[in-house]
Design a protein around this ligand. Structure first.
Ligand code: NAP
Ligand code: ZN
Ligand code: ZN
Length: 349
Protein backbone atom coordinates (compact mmCIF):
# COMPACT_ATOMS: atom_id res chain seq x y z
CA UNK A 1 0.00 0.00 0.00
CA UNK A 2 1.07 3.60 -0.62
CA UNK A 3 0.77 5.89 2.42
CA UNK A 4 -0.76 9.18 1.20
CA UNK A 5 -1.18 12.60 2.79
CA UNK A 6 -4.28 14.61 2.01
CA UNK A 7 -6.82 17.14 3.25
CA UNK A 8 -10.34 15.83 3.74
CA UNK A 9 -13.78 17.04 4.72
CA UNK A 10 -15.19 15.00 7.62
CA UNK A 11 -18.67 16.53 7.51
CA UNK A 12 -20.52 19.29 5.64
CA UNK A 13 -19.81 22.06 8.17
CA UNK A 14 -16.23 21.78 9.44
CA UNK A 15 -13.06 23.04 7.79
CA UNK A 16 -11.02 20.47 5.86
CA UNK A 17 -8.18 18.93 7.84
CA UNK A 18 -5.25 16.53 7.32
CA UNK A 19 -6.15 12.92 6.54
CA UNK A 20 -3.74 10.03 6.00
CA UNK A 21 -4.82 6.99 3.98
CA UNK A 22 -3.35 4.31 1.72
CA UNK A 23 -3.58 4.23 -2.08
CA UNK A 24 -3.59 0.77 -3.63
CA UNK A 25 -0.36 -0.66 -5.02
CA UNK A 26 -0.44 -0.26 -8.80
CA UNK A 27 -2.15 -3.11 -10.66
CA UNK A 28 -0.77 -4.20 -14.07
CA UNK A 29 -2.71 -1.49 -15.95
CA UNK A 30 -2.28 1.27 -13.33
CA UNK A 31 -0.26 4.46 -13.38
CA UNK A 32 1.18 5.76 -10.11
CA UNK A 33 1.20 9.57 -10.18
CA UNK A 34 2.91 12.02 -7.80
CA UNK A 35 0.50 14.97 -7.77
CA UNK A 36 2.04 18.42 -8.35
CA UNK A 37 -1.06 20.61 -8.52
CA UNK A 38 -4.82 20.27 -8.07
CA UNK A 39 -7.37 22.91 -9.04
CA UNK A 40 -10.29 23.88 -6.80
CA UNK A 41 -13.58 23.51 -8.67
CA UNK A 42 -16.87 24.93 -7.37
CA UNK A 43 -18.12 21.32 -7.52
CA UNK A 44 -15.65 20.55 -4.70
CA UNK A 45 -17.41 23.12 -2.55
CA UNK A 46 -20.90 21.88 -3.51
CA UNK A 47 -19.92 18.33 -2.52
CA UNK A 48 -17.88 19.14 0.61
CA UNK A 49 -20.89 21.10 1.92
CA UNK A 50 -23.31 18.35 0.75
CA UNK A 51 -25.26 20.79 -1.41
CA UNK A 52 -26.09 18.02 -3.91
CA UNK A 53 -26.83 15.57 -1.03
CA UNK A 54 -25.36 12.08 -0.75
CA UNK A 55 -21.85 13.27 0.10
CA UNK A 56 -19.57 10.59 1.57
CA UNK A 57 -17.09 11.41 4.33
CA UNK A 58 -14.23 11.52 4.80
CA UNK A 59 -14.06 13.21 1.40
CA UNK A 60 -10.76 14.10 -0.26
CA UNK A 61 -11.90 16.48 -3.03
CA UNK A 62 -10.07 17.41 -6.20
CA UNK A 63 -10.55 16.44 -9.85
CA UNK A 64 -8.23 18.85 -11.63
CA UNK A 65 -5.05 16.86 -11.13
CA UNK A 66 -1.64 17.31 -12.75
CA UNK A 67 1.44 15.33 -11.79
CA UNK A 68 4.36 13.15 -12.80
CA UNK A 69 4.34 9.42 -13.38
CA UNK A 70 6.53 7.74 -10.75
CA UNK A 71 5.73 4.15 -11.66
CA UNK A 72 3.60 2.02 -13.97
CA UNK A 73 2.14 -1.50 -13.85
CA UNK A 74 3.67 -4.25 -15.99
CA UNK A 75 1.10 -3.98 -18.83
CA UNK A 76 0.96 -0.20 -19.13
CA UNK A 77 1.74 1.09 -22.65
CA UNK A 78 0.24 4.59 -22.77
CA UNK A 79 2.38 6.29 -20.10
CA UNK A 80 5.87 5.90 -18.68
CA UNK A 81 7.86 7.01 -15.68
CA UNK A 82 8.63 10.74 -15.81
CA UNK A 83 5.68 11.67 -18.06
CA UNK A 84 3.60 14.70 -17.10
CA UNK A 85 -0.01 13.57 -16.91
CA UNK A 86 -3.46 14.70 -15.83
CA UNK A 87 -6.51 13.13 -14.20
CA UNK A 88 -9.95 14.70 -14.44
CA UNK A 89 -13.37 14.05 -12.97
CA UNK A 90 -13.55 10.28 -13.32
CA UNK A 91 -11.08 7.42 -12.94
CA UNK A 92 -13.04 4.50 -14.38
CA UNK A 93 -16.32 3.47 -16.04
CA UNK A 94 -17.91 0.19 -17.20
CA UNK A 95 -16.04 0.26 -20.56
CA UNK A 96 -18.78 -1.84 -22.17
CA UNK A 97 -21.85 0.35 -22.65
CA UNK A 98 -22.62 2.39 -25.77
CA UNK A 99 -21.46 5.60 -24.09
CA UNK A 100 -18.15 4.13 -22.91
CA UNK A 101 -17.44 2.50 -26.28
CA UNK A 102 -18.08 5.78 -28.10
CA UNK A 103 -15.78 7.83 -25.86
CA UNK A 104 -18.49 9.46 -23.80
CA UNK A 105 -17.58 7.73 -20.56
CA UNK A 106 -18.97 10.61 -18.51
CA UNK A 107 -22.42 9.29 -19.41
CA UNK A 108 -21.61 5.61 -18.67
CA UNK A 109 -24.87 3.64 -18.34
CA UNK A 110 -23.59 2.11 -15.13
CA UNK A 111 -22.23 5.39 -13.85
CA UNK A 112 -18.70 6.73 -14.14
CA UNK A 113 -16.39 6.30 -11.17
CA UNK A 114 -15.96 9.81 -9.80
CA UNK A 115 -12.39 10.75 -8.92
CA UNK A 116 -13.69 11.44 -5.41
CA UNK A 117 -16.92 11.10 -3.46
CA UNK A 118 -17.54 7.84 -5.32
CA UNK A 119 -16.67 4.16 -5.25
CA UNK A 120 -14.36 2.05 -7.37
CA UNK A 121 -16.07 -0.50 -9.67
CA UNK A 122 -16.21 -2.92 -6.71
CA UNK A 123 -18.86 -0.62 -5.23
CA UNK A 124 -17.24 -0.49 -1.80
CA UNK A 125 -13.77 1.08 -2.05
CA UNK A 126 -14.09 4.87 -1.75
CA UNK A 127 -12.32 7.10 -4.26
CA UNK A 128 -10.20 9.94 -2.94
CA UNK A 129 -9.28 12.95 -5.09
CA UNK A 130 -6.44 15.27 -5.80
CA UNK A 131 -6.03 17.28 -2.59
CA UNK A 132 -3.42 14.61 -1.90
CA UNK A 133 0.19 13.72 -2.58
CA UNK A 134 -0.34 10.85 -5.04
CA UNK A 135 -2.95 8.85 -6.91
CA UNK A 136 -3.13 5.48 -8.68
CA UNK A 137 -5.31 5.39 -11.81
CA UNK A 138 -5.89 2.92 -14.65
CA UNK A 139 -3.87 4.07 -17.69
CA UNK A 140 -6.97 4.47 -19.88
CA UNK A 141 -8.22 7.28 -17.64
CA UNK A 142 -4.92 9.19 -17.51
CA UNK A 143 -4.32 12.10 -19.91
CA UNK A 144 -1.11 13.31 -21.57
CA UNK A 145 -0.24 16.92 -20.76
CA UNK A 146 1.17 18.88 -23.71
CA UNK A 147 4.63 20.35 -23.27
CA UNK A 148 5.24 24.06 -22.78
CA UNK A 149 2.40 25.06 -20.45
CA UNK A 150 3.00 25.87 -16.74
CA UNK A 151 1.62 22.95 -14.76
CA UNK A 152 -0.31 24.90 -12.14
CA UNK A 153 -2.14 26.61 -15.00
CA UNK A 154 -2.82 23.28 -16.73
CA UNK A 155 -4.58 21.66 -13.76
CA UNK A 156 -7.92 23.53 -14.23
CA UNK A 157 -8.12 22.32 -17.83
CA UNK A 158 -8.98 18.84 -16.47
CA UNK A 159 -12.42 20.06 -15.39
CA UNK A 160 -13.07 23.72 -16.20
CA UNK A 161 -11.35 23.33 -19.57
CA UNK A 162 -13.15 20.22 -20.79
CA UNK A 163 -16.50 21.32 -19.33
CA UNK A 164 -16.49 24.38 -21.57
CA UNK A 165 -14.66 22.82 -24.56
CA UNK A 166 -17.11 19.92 -24.94
CA UNK A 167 -20.31 21.97 -25.38
CA UNK A 168 -18.55 24.43 -27.70
CA UNK A 169 -17.67 21.45 -29.91
CA UNK A 170 -21.01 19.68 -29.47
CA UNK A 171 -22.99 22.76 -30.53
CA UNK A 172 -20.45 23.30 -33.34
CA UNK A 173 -19.30 26.78 -32.41
CA UNK A 174 -17.23 28.19 -35.25
CA UNK A 175 -15.88 31.46 -36.56
CA UNK A 176 -18.36 34.26 -36.58
CA UNK A 177 -20.89 32.72 -34.20
CA UNK A 178 -21.99 34.72 -31.20
CA UNK A 179 -21.34 33.04 -27.87
CA UNK A 180 -22.41 34.34 -24.46
CA UNK A 181 -20.52 33.19 -21.39
CA UNK A 182 -22.61 33.63 -18.25
CA UNK A 183 -20.50 33.97 -15.07
CA UNK A 184 -16.78 34.68 -14.98
CA UNK A 185 -15.26 32.13 -12.63
CA UNK A 186 -13.23 29.00 -13.26
CA UNK A 187 -15.47 27.61 -15.99
CA UNK A 188 -16.40 31.00 -17.40
CA UNK A 189 -12.87 32.22 -17.97
CA UNK A 190 -11.95 28.98 -19.76
CA UNK A 191 -15.13 29.30 -21.83
CA UNK A 192 -14.05 32.78 -22.94
CA UNK A 193 -10.54 31.66 -23.90
CA UNK A 194 -11.69 28.53 -25.76
CA UNK A 195 -14.59 30.17 -27.61
CA UNK A 196 -12.31 33.02 -28.71
CA UNK A 197 -9.72 30.48 -29.94
CA UNK A 198 -12.48 28.78 -31.97
CA UNK A 199 -13.17 32.09 -33.68
CA UNK A 200 -16.44 33.03 -31.99
CA UNK A 201 -17.54 36.54 -31.10
CA UNK A 202 -17.69 36.27 -27.31
CA UNK A 203 -19.68 38.32 -24.81
CA UNK A 204 -19.20 37.96 -21.08
CA UNK A 205 -22.39 38.22 -19.03
CA UNK A 206 -21.46 38.92 -15.42
CA UNK A 207 -22.77 40.25 -12.11
CA UNK A 208 -19.35 41.77 -11.32
CA UNK A 209 -18.49 45.19 -12.78
CA UNK A 210 -14.93 44.69 -11.50
CA UNK A 211 -14.44 41.84 -14.02
CA UNK A 212 -15.04 43.96 -17.12
CA UNK A 213 -11.37 44.72 -17.77
CA UNK A 214 -10.42 41.06 -17.21
CA UNK A 215 -13.10 39.90 -19.63
CA UNK A 216 -11.50 42.01 -22.34
CA UNK A 217 -8.01 40.87 -21.37
CA UNK A 218 -9.16 37.24 -21.62
CA UNK A 219 -10.31 37.96 -25.16
CA UNK A 220 -14.04 38.68 -24.79
CA UNK A 221 -15.32 41.15 -27.38
CA UNK A 222 -18.10 42.57 -25.22
CA UNK A 223 -19.22 42.70 -21.57
CA UNK A 224 -22.78 42.95 -20.24
CA UNK A 225 -23.53 43.58 -16.58
CA UNK A 226 -26.39 41.26 -15.65
CA UNK A 227 -27.61 42.96 -12.46
CA UNK A 228 -29.84 45.26 -14.51
CA UNK A 229 -32.53 43.13 -16.21
CA UNK A 230 -33.54 45.94 -18.57
CA UNK A 231 -29.96 46.40 -19.77
CA UNK A 232 -29.67 42.65 -20.31
CA UNK A 233 -32.92 42.50 -22.28
CA UNK A 234 -31.46 45.08 -24.69
CA UNK A 235 -29.33 42.18 -26.05
CA UNK A 236 -32.38 40.02 -26.88
CA UNK A 237 -31.94 37.65 -29.83
CA UNK A 238 -28.15 38.01 -29.97
CA UNK A 239 -26.52 34.65 -29.22
CA UNK A 240 -26.21 31.31 -30.99
CA UNK A 241 -25.07 29.62 -27.79
CA UNK A 242 -24.87 30.65 -24.13
CA UNK A 243 -22.68 28.68 -21.72
CA UNK A 244 -24.20 29.15 -18.25
CA UNK A 245 -21.54 28.58 -15.59
CA UNK A 246 -23.39 30.23 -12.71
CA UNK A 247 -23.22 28.23 -9.49
CA UNK A 248 -26.30 29.81 -7.83
CA UNK A 249 -29.98 30.13 -8.81
CA UNK A 250 -30.75 32.87 -11.36
CA UNK A 251 -33.45 33.98 -13.78
CA UNK A 252 -33.16 31.59 -16.73
CA UNK A 253 -35.97 33.18 -18.75
CA UNK A 254 -34.04 36.44 -18.87
CA UNK A 255 -31.02 34.76 -20.46
CA UNK A 256 -32.93 32.41 -22.76
CA UNK A 257 -34.41 35.59 -24.22
CA UNK A 258 -30.91 36.57 -25.34
CA UNK A 259 -30.73 33.59 -27.71
CA UNK A 260 -31.32 33.87 -31.42
CA UNK A 261 -34.15 31.75 -32.79
CA UNK A 262 -33.08 28.10 -32.46
CA UNK A 263 -30.22 29.06 -30.18
CA UNK A 264 -29.19 26.94 -27.18
CA UNK A 265 -28.66 27.84 -23.53
CA UNK A 266 -26.31 25.23 -22.05
CA UNK A 267 -26.48 24.66 -18.31
CA UNK A 268 -23.06 23.87 -16.85
CA UNK A 269 -23.50 25.34 -13.39
CA UNK A 270 -25.37 23.08 -10.98
CA UNK A 271 -27.15 24.96 -8.19
CA UNK A 272 -29.05 22.64 -5.88
CA UNK A 273 -32.42 24.41 -6.36
CA UNK A 274 -34.59 23.74 -9.47
CA UNK A 275 -35.19 26.41 -12.11
CA UNK A 276 -38.58 27.65 -13.25
CA UNK A 277 -39.26 28.77 -16.79
CA UNK A 278 -42.36 29.81 -18.76
CA UNK A 279 -42.96 27.53 -21.77
CA UNK A 280 -43.14 30.51 -24.11
CA UNK A 281 -39.48 31.32 -23.37
CA UNK A 282 -38.61 28.23 -25.43
CA UNK A 283 -41.62 27.91 -27.76
CA UNK A 284 -41.04 31.32 -29.28
CA UNK A 285 -38.08 30.87 -31.61
CA UNK A 286 -37.75 27.13 -30.93
CA UNK A 287 -35.03 27.84 -28.39
CA UNK A 288 -33.40 25.04 -26.38
CA UNK A 289 -32.11 24.59 -22.90
CA UNK A 290 -29.54 21.84 -22.59
CA UNK A 291 -27.04 20.58 -20.08
CA UNK A 292 -23.51 19.32 -20.52
CA UNK A 293 -21.26 17.31 -18.23
CA UNK A 294 -17.44 17.50 -18.51
CA UNK A 295 -16.28 15.38 -21.49
CA UNK A 296 -15.00 11.91 -22.38
CA UNK A 297 -11.38 10.81 -22.23
CA UNK A 298 -10.66 11.19 -25.96
CA UNK A 299 -12.24 14.64 -26.05
CA UNK A 300 -10.37 15.69 -22.91
CA UNK A 301 -7.13 14.68 -24.66
CA UNK A 302 -8.24 16.64 -27.74
CA UNK A 303 -8.90 19.69 -25.51
CA UNK A 304 -5.47 19.42 -23.86
CA UNK A 305 -3.79 19.18 -27.26
CA UNK A 306 -5.86 22.16 -28.50
CA UNK A 307 -4.72 24.16 -25.46
CA UNK A 308 -1.10 23.15 -26.10
CA UNK A 309 -1.35 24.27 -29.71
CA UNK A 310 -3.06 27.57 -28.90
CA UNK A 311 -1.02 28.18 -25.70
CA UNK A 312 -4.16 28.31 -23.58
CA UNK A 313 -3.99 27.74 -19.84
CA UNK A 314 -6.02 28.89 -16.84
CA UNK A 315 -5.42 32.12 -14.92
CA UNK A 316 -4.69 30.88 -11.42
CA UNK A 317 -3.96 31.84 -7.84
CA UNK A 318 -1.70 29.10 -6.52
CA UNK A 319 -2.22 28.42 -2.83
CA UNK A 320 -1.05 26.11 -0.05
CA UNK A 321 -3.50 23.40 1.09
CA UNK A 322 -3.74 25.14 4.46
CA UNK A 323 -5.59 28.03 2.72
CA UNK A 324 -8.29 25.85 1.19
CA UNK A 325 -11.21 26.95 3.38
CA UNK A 326 -10.40 30.62 2.82
CA UNK A 327 -10.29 29.86 -0.92
CA UNK A 328 -13.77 28.27 -0.70
CA UNK A 329 -15.14 31.37 1.03
CA UNK A 330 -13.66 33.63 -1.62
CA UNK A 331 -14.96 31.40 -4.44
CA UNK A 332 -18.44 31.57 -2.96
CA UNK A 333 -18.27 35.37 -3.21
CA UNK A 334 -17.23 35.19 -6.87
CA UNK A 335 -13.82 36.47 -5.78
CA UNK A 336 -11.36 34.24 -7.62
CA UNK A 337 -9.14 35.29 -10.52
CA UNK A 338 -9.97 32.78 -11.93
CA UNK A 339 -9.07 29.43 -10.39
CA UNK A 340 -7.46 28.51 -7.10
CA UNK A 341 -4.86 25.77 -7.55
CA UNK A 342 -3.31 23.86 -4.67
CA UNK A 343 0.46 23.34 -4.72
CA UNK A 344 0.48 19.86 -3.22
CA UNK A 345 4.05 20.31 -1.96
CA UNK A 346 2.31 22.14 0.91
CA UNK A 347 0.86 18.80 2.10
CA UNK A 348 4.35 17.76 3.17
CA UNK A 349 4.93 20.86 5.34
P1 NAP B 1 -16.87 29.69 -9.82
O1 NAP B 1 -15.44 29.80 -10.16
O2 NAP B 1 -17.30 29.95 -8.41
O3 NAP B 1 -17.68 30.66 -10.84
C1 NAP B 1 -19.06 30.82 -10.77
C2 NAP B 1 -19.41 32.24 -11.24
O4 NAP B 1 -20.82 32.35 -11.25
C3 NAP B 1 -18.94 33.34 -10.32
O5 NAP B 1 -17.62 33.73 -10.53
C4 NAP B 1 -19.91 34.45 -10.67
O6 NAP B 1 -19.50 35.12 -11.86
C5 NAP B 1 -21.19 33.70 -10.98
N1 NAP B 1 -22.11 33.70 -9.82
C6 NAP B 1 -21.89 33.17 -8.61
N2 NAP B 1 -22.97 33.36 -7.81
C7 NAP B 1 -23.87 34.00 -8.56
C8 NAP B 1 -25.20 34.47 -8.32
N3 NAP B 1 -25.79 34.32 -7.11
N4 NAP B 1 -25.86 35.08 -9.34
C9 NAP B 1 -25.27 35.24 -10.52
N5 NAP B 1 -24.00 34.85 -10.80
C10 NAP B 1 -23.33 34.24 -9.83
O7 NAP B 1 -17.42 28.23 -10.15
P2 NAP B 1 -16.95 27.18 -11.29
O8 NAP B 1 -15.92 26.28 -10.69
O9 NAP B 1 -16.70 27.90 -12.53
O10 NAP B 1 -18.27 26.28 -11.39
C11 NAP B 1 -19.49 26.88 -11.77
C12 NAP B 1 -20.63 25.89 -11.65
O11 NAP B 1 -20.42 24.85 -12.62
C13 NAP B 1 -20.73 25.18 -10.29
O12 NAP B 1 -22.10 25.00 -10.00
C14 NAP B 1 -20.07 23.83 -10.56
O13 NAP B 1 -20.50 22.82 -9.70
C15 NAP B 1 -20.51 23.57 -11.96
N6 NAP B 1 -19.67 22.65 -12.72
C16 NAP B 1 -20.31 21.87 -13.65
C17 NAP B 1 -19.57 21.02 -14.45
C18 NAP B 1 -20.25 20.22 -15.51
O14 NAP B 1 -19.67 19.25 -16.00
N7 NAP B 1 -21.45 20.61 -15.91
C19 NAP B 1 -18.18 20.92 -14.28
C20 NAP B 1 -17.57 21.74 -13.33
C21 NAP B 1 -18.32 22.61 -12.57
P3 NAP B 1 -19.70 36.72 -12.07
O15 NAP B 1 -18.97 37.35 -10.92
O16 NAP B 1 -19.06 36.94 -13.38
O17 NAP B 1 -21.17 36.97 -12.09
ZN1 ZN C 1 -15.05 20.33 -11.56
ZN1 ZN D 1 -20.17 2.45 -19.48
Amino acid sequence: MLPTKSYAAFDSKSPLRPFAFDRRDPRPTDVHIAIDFCGICHSDLHQVRDEWSGSKYPMVPGHEIVGHVVGVGASVTKHKKGDVVGVGCFVDSCRECEMCKSGREQFCAKGMTGTYNGFERDGVTPTYGGYSTQIVVDESYVLRVPKGLPLDRVAPLLCAGITTYSPLRHWKVTKGQRVGILGLGGLGHMGVKLAVAMGAEVTLLSTSPSKKADAKRLGAHDFVLTNDAAAVAAHAGRFDVILDSVSAPHDLALFVGLLKAEGTHVLLGAPSQPYTLPAFALIMGRRSIAGSLIGGIAETQEMLDFCGKHEIAADVETIAIQEVDHAYDRMLKGDVRYRFVIDTASLSK
